[in-house]
Design a protein around this ligand. Structure first.
Ligand code: PAF
Length: 280
């Protein structure tokens, strides 16, 4: 049985009353990665709310928004089976009513990397997450580490605007071939998937090079870039950065993160990993 679905701000308020739930915000197209967030929330909270809202403000290209997979019946069933107690599936004007005029901008954290490639993307994410956290008033919200820059933007946002609840980061789930689970991956053909495997291979090569003793970021980036220089793979960036500020680094440090974005068959794929400096 599917859990109740509410569609308006008032219905959500009425359904939640004074509950401080666990919250898993999504854009639908749920996969095992989302379900692991929902399952974790059900272990840590008496009530779990899942939102399903394809947020038009975080798409910089109309075609990408258009093509984004939507299947509310399937998603609601999957979320319910994973333990969600309430599903919030608002229409666009329930989130952005007529006259809506506010944009939330988290500053430099949102202008680099994905932000540079997709202007306005993180402003759209920050705006909708602010609205959702204020409506749901969760005790805890669950976000995947797969979207690492998004996670950092949201941590900063919550801190700066005193939004309700803790932000809980959850590890990336991967398929057997190493590719991170994502709702966009399903658009890849078998050939595209084979090409996309260069991403986890590049991560493994950078990790191995660091483990073998290399600390110089340019050398490590070069190693990963070699693997992603292949016909059919359009590398957008491969960078080792400070895991909090996302600023580039020269030398590996305790909080280094490798960020990768590449396009395969017109599908944008992103991934990231901790890179631990070698023991001296
Ligand atoms: O990660 C996502 O699915 C979206 O960016 C989010 C956080 C639900 C905001 O629309």
């Amino acid at each position: 049985v599917t859990s109740p679905i509410v569609r308006t701000r008032d219905e959500l308020r009425a359904a939640l009353a004074d509950a401080r739930p666990g919250f898993v915000p999504t854009m639908g197209a749920l996969h095992a990665g989302h379900l692991s967030l929902i399952e974790r929330s059900t272990r840590e909270n008496a009530v779990t709310v899942v939102s399903i809202f394809v947020n038009p403000r975080q798409f910089s290209q109309a075609a990408d928004l258009e093509r984004y997979p939507r299947d509310l019946a399937r998603d609601a069933a999957a979320a319910s089976a994973a333990g969600a107690n309430l599903i919030f599936a608002p229409a666009v004007d329930a989130i952005y009513p007529p006259g809506f005029a506010t944009t939330v901008d988290v500053g430099p954290l949102s202008s680099r990397w994905e932000g540079a490639a997709r202007p306005g993307h993180f402003q759209g994410v920050a705006t909708v997450v602010t609205i959702l956290l204020n409506l749901v008033r969760p005790a805890r919200s669950y976000f995947g580490e797969k979207d690492y820059q998004q996670l950092q933007v949201i941590r900063r946002l919550r801190e700066d605007l005193a939004l309700p609840g803790d932000i809980v980061a959850c590890p990336t789930l991967r398929d057997a071939d190493g590719i991170a689970l994502s709702s966009r991956n399903r658009r890849l053909t078998a050939d595209g998937r084979a090409l996309a495997r260069a991403i986890p291979r590049a991560i493994a090569a950078v990790v191995a090079t660091a483990t073998a003793g290399e600390r110089n970021v340019a050398t490590l980036e070069q190693r990963g870039t070699e693997i992603l220089t292949a016909p059919g793979v359009r590398l957008s960036y491969l960078a080792i950065v400070d895991g909090d500020t996302l600023e580039p680094q020269r030398e590996l440090a305790q909080n280094s993160r490798l960020l990768i974005a590449a396009d395969v068959e017109g599908v944008r794929l992103i991934d990231n990993a901790v890179i631990v400096p070698p023991v001296r």
